[in-house]
Design a protein around this ligand. Sequence first.
Ligand SMILES: [Zn+2]
Length: 466
Amino acid sequence: MKKFVATVFACLLVLANPSFAENIKFTLHKLDSGRKGNTVLVIGGIQGDEPGGFNAASLLVTHYKILKGNVWVVPNLNFISIIKRSRGVHGDLNRKFAAIRRTDPEFSTIEKVKELILDEQVDMVLNLHDGSGFYRPSYIDRTHNPYRWGQSIIIDQERIEVEPFGDLGSIAGDVVADINRYLFSEEDAYHVKNTRTKLGNVEMSKTLTYYAIRNLKPAFGLEVSKSFTTYERAYYHLRALEAYMDLLGIEYEKNFQLSANSVKSAIENNVQLAFYGNKIILDVKNARRRLGYIPLKKASEIVFKPSNPLIAVVEHGRSYRVYHGNRRITRLYPQYFDYDFSIDGISMNVDGNQKYVDFGKMVGVGKSFLVESRDGYRVNVIGFRKPGMTSECGIPIEQNHIEQRFSLDKTGQIYRVEVYRGEKFAGMVLVNFSGDHESLIASNPSKPSPATPSDWRDASSAPTGR
Ligand SMILES: [Zn+2]
């Protein structure tokens, strides 16, 4: 199978604590194929406690390549609430589309999303949710009844007067039929749920989808049941998203098979951060709770590149907390250095093979590795010590030569190799003894459809460049 894993090209600044709430911004990822076709806007994370939706949207960004048409994704709309595992730290963001005070802290977020929805290129809007129980058209029991939301495609009304996707009811019906071919069990069957918003559903009239409907943009709410694990939820959302893409003639490929297990590993294995243009790489998928002596750049803003758009780094006292969606994964304790830019990697001998390794890469090691010495540079393998040596190059190092407590990961497989020139930090590579060493950020042979820095700027200032 073809291999590609996206780099999320947005360069993010670390968020300083005092302005935490104000500064954390959603990102917009325009997956443009370059081939003419329809454009669908996918929104994840409008409520912070619905991980099925925002993880599915994130996977769309990192693991799908769009071949025809366009998919625009906001995977982390209510990013602050995602980090805080809250439905909405400033109230329910999905009830602010009919009216909002100028003084509301989410005023500008709402303005930007509205603009994005109204963008004339957008043909359809999909808003991803995790809902309670299982929607059924008639009452069966407490968890299966018309008042539940899970496993449904939500429409506000049967149709709107717009071509060619105004027939909301029949489109939702087609999507439901498609998803229902791929159920884990009969109980999971999807249904169309019409909230009949115009006929007096006050709550629903305040939502994102109804804002779109009022403006004649076809829009749907996608609800997966909170009864499932996050991975199962993301699975069903991706099934629904693929059904919509098929219906819209949007062509795509992905580098994993759609199953709950592969969704799980796609989410879990892709948690890396690169700092300062790949000078530092950290694989934090199974990171220790605290990582010490991270060589950050003195007197400089911290800029990092995450391997997926649900990663956030937040300043906390003298440390930095790293989040992945709803999970707090580790805490970084920095040591500050001036940086040296004279080299971009190191020569290594890995299990007998000579190779040049760029900074920011992770190298798989079977038995041993050795860093070739180079005049003027000092190598520090974190956790390795040999009395009398100032630089740890020129000697073969095996896993059991390194103190396990210095590994990045909890299982003692991944270690840091740092290079210094005098007092200056020159760069880092990781060695991974687990045999699983794909570097998701740094080795980037074919990017699917990366968001560009200008997309990030668009999203953080104004989606249409206002
Ligand atoms: Zn929701």
